[in-house]
Ligand binder design. Structure first.
Ligand code: PEP
Length: 250
């Protein structure tokens, strides 16, 4: 049995006081870690405060991106070593917004995924197709290619610990969710790709999230699907009551 993982992605929303208020409101109501992994991926600026605040609770704090180098002349960037040093536990890599607006390539995502393991961070690697790619019948080819590129060079153990977030780009922030069946089909293709790369044990262990307009009203059906082990959630993770309702589905 794979443990569900539900991660909120706050993107560039909230101010520090809102973030602190949110964590205060949810932290004593987060389900047990044995049942579901509950994560909030916050703006880098808030991370030290939120990590301290969430200590001793079942809420884990993640970053939304990072560089792959330990340190260096990379103005404005945050390194894996810096995240690890303040006890951040997850990092989102290759989000479609990073790929589109910040030229995050498959090669960079691979380096970052490797760096995450070097510094004890669990990577949540995002993959997904555009509407044009879906309509041209290229969804599986696109997503499988991204998965292969991201996981290249990882050990079987590292592949097992990686989280893949399948996020069709046309469903992110649009209110359009893939049907549970369509999402499951692509997540199944991700699992089959992992099996080709790293074998059946890794394929059985790796957790695959769906992301794209997930909300309390549709998460139960999505999580009931064979290959969907959790959700990466933007908009519906911003309000504490809605976030807690998402976790209840886990
Ligand atoms: C996301 O931020 O990765 C996302 C899926 O956003 P939303 O849930 O708002 O579509």
């Amino acid at each position: 049995m794979r443990k569900p993982i539900i991660a909120g992605n706050w993107k560039m929303f909230k101010h520090l006081s809102d973030a602190v208020e949110f964590v205060e409101a949810v932290k004593s109501s987060i389900p047990n870690k044995e049942k579901v992994d509950s994560v909030i991926c916050a703006p880098a600026l808030f991370l030290p405060t939120l990590v301290e605040q969430a200590k001793g609770s079942n809420l884990a704090i993640g970053a939304q991106t990072m560089h792959f180098e330990k340190e260096g002349a990379f103005t404005g960037e945050v390194s894996p070593s810096q995240l690890s040093d303040i006890a951040v536990s997850y990092v989102v890599l290759g989000h479609s917004e990073r790929r589109e607006y910040y030229n995050e390539t498959d090669a960079a995502v691979n380096k970052k995924t490797q760096a995450a393991f070097e510094y004890n961070l669990t990577p949540i690697v995002c993959v997904g197709e555009t509407l044009e790619e879906r309509e041209a019948g290229n969804t599986v080819a696109k997503v499988a290619g991204q998965v292969r590129a991201a996981l290249e060079g990882l050990s079987t153990e590292q592949v097992k610990q990686t989280v893949i977030a399948y996020e069709p780009i046309w469903a992110i922030g649009t209110g359009k969710t893939a049907t549970a069946e369509d999402a499951n089909e692509v997540c199944g293709a991700v699992r089959a790709t992992v099996q080709e790369i790293a074998g059946p044990d890794a394929a059985a262990a790796i957790r695959i999230q769906y992301g794209g307009s997930v909300k309390p009203e549709n998460i139960v059906e999505l999580l009931s699907m064979e290959h969907i082990d959790g959700a990466l959630v933007g908009g519906a993770s911003l309000q504490s009551d809605s976030y807690l309702r998402l976790l209840e589905a886990g």
